[in-house]
Ligand binder design. Structure first.
Ligand code: MG
Length: 232
């Protein structure tokens, strides 16, 4: 008898290589908008600045201090401000293009497709629980050819709750018709995926590709997706 029946995956930074895809998107944006002529001479520098600001604002968004809409354009606006460019119009244009280009990128983590195929072949029910935007996540899945693996895509928009809040996990269990004890959550964020699942009693797999030391206590920990074969 298999211990688990339902596998709930996080998407960004767990299956879909957000970092790589975001850098590729910014690179396209950088040349498309001609930022080199607008006062941002170096792409690598721009890339670092943007990601620092984005991390900071995502944290504020997660804590409920900022709306999605604000997050979307203000991360560009604050990046421009860093370079002494004050243009809300340009920030909004960049934000729009970023969101259009990002989900067309297709980098996934090594062994992602093999691992998902393996799980599907073993008759596990695969789902996603993501704090990302509904439409964006759907596009990412389609473009990276991952959509075929998943039965339910649970987003915070649909569940009206965000990881680590327990409501989104309860919503996911309910949607999937899954029991707590036969469910497993796989994600890269200790304080979001792992903590959230732990709080509702779902076993967790912490995906920690850079082997960052931590004080968490997940049920399992892996550094590569192929290590899932030892768990399921
Ligand atoms: Mg993640």
């Amino acid at each position: 008898m298999m211990k688990y029946e339902h596998l709930f995956f996080d998407l960004d930074h767990t299956l879909w290589d957000f970092e790589k895809n975001s850098v590729a998107t910014l690179k396209t944006l950088y040349s498309e908008i001609g930022l080199v002529n607008k006062g941002i001479p170096d792409f690598d520098d721009f890339n670092v600045v943007y990601h620092q600001i984005n991390d900071k604002l995502w944290d504020r968004f997660r804590k409920g201090f900022m709306s999605r809409e604000e997050l979307r354009w203000k991360r560009m606006w604050q990046t421009l401000i860093h370079y002494k460019i004050s243009s809300e119009k340009l920030a909004r244009e960049m934000s729009e293009r970023y969101l259009e280009i990002l989900p067309t990128q297709t980098h996934v983590f090594p062994n992602c497709v093999e691992m998902l195929s393996y799980c599907a072949s073993k008759n596990y029910q695969l789902h996603l629980i993501t704090n990302g935007f509904e439409l964006t996540q759907m596009q990412k899945l389609k473009n990276a050819s991952l959509d075929k693996f998943f039965i339910h895509l649970i987003t915070s928009e649909k569940a009206m709750s965000m990881k680590p809040q327990k409501e989104i996990f309860e919503y996911a269990l309910n949607e999937a018709g899954a029991k707590i004890e036969s469910s497993l959550m796989i994600g890269d964020a200790l304080d979001i995926d792992i903590l959230g699942a732990m709080q509702v009693g779902i076993d967790q797999v912490y995906f920690n590709p850079y082997r960052i030391p931590h004080k968490g206590n997940p049920t399992y920990e892996i550094a590569g997706l192929e290590e899932m074969y030892q768990i399921v």
